[in-house]
Design a protein. Structure first.
Length: 142
C-alpha cells in the first residue's frame, strides 16, 4: 500500500521556516526592548541621584546642571527609542501570529488530506477483501 504524500509539503516546510524566523525576530525585538527599558531606568536613577546631591561650589553647580540637562536629553532620546522598540515588538508579534496561522492552516489541510487518504485506503482494502470473499464463496458453491 502506498504511503500518503502531501503535495504541499515543501510549502509547509517553508511556512515552518517563516514561523521560526518570525519567532526569532520577535524574541530579538523583546530583548532589545528589555535592554532599552533597563538603560532608561538606569538613566532615571542617575538623574535622581544627581538631583539629590548637594552643591559644594558654583563651578560644581554649573557642571552638574549641564550634566543634568544632558541626562534629561538622554532620557528623552531613550524614551523615544523605547517607544520605537515597543512598536517594533508589536509588529513582530503580528508577523509571528500571521506566520503561525498560515502554518497551522497548511497543517490542518495536511491532516484532513491524510485522513481522507486513510479512509479511501480502508474502503479500497474492504472492497478487495469483499471481492476475494465473493470469489471464494462462488468457487465453493460450484
Amino acid at each position: 500500500m502506498a504511503r500518503f504524500k502531501f503535495r504541499l509539503e515543501q510549502v509547509l516546510r517553508y511556512r515552518e521556516q517563516l514561523e521560526s524566523r518570525a519567532k526569532m525576530a520577535f524574541a530579538r525585538a523583546c530583548l532589545d526592548l528589555a535592554e532599552q527599558v533597563k538603560k532608561l531606568n538606569e538613566l532615571r536613577e542617575l538623574l535622581k541621584k544627581q538631583e539629590l546631591l548637594p552643591y559644594q561650589n558654583p563651578q560644581e553647580y554649573w557642571l552638574r546642571t549641564n550634566f543634568i540637562r544632558s541626562l534629561n536629553e538622554d532620557i528623552d532620546e531613550a524614551e523615544l527609542n523605547r517607544q520605537r522598540l515597543e512598536l517594533q515588538v508589536e509588529r513582530r508579534r503580528v508577523e509571528l501570529v500571521k506566520a503561525g496561522q498560515e502554518r497551522r492552516l497548511l497543517d490542518r489541510l495536511k491532516e484532513k488530506q491524510a485522513e481522507r487518504y486513510a479512509h479511501e485506503q480502508l474502503l479500497k482494502e474492504e472492497k478487495e477483501l469483499d471481492e476475494v470473499a465473493s470469489l471464494r464463496h462462488t468457487a465453493q458453491v460450484v
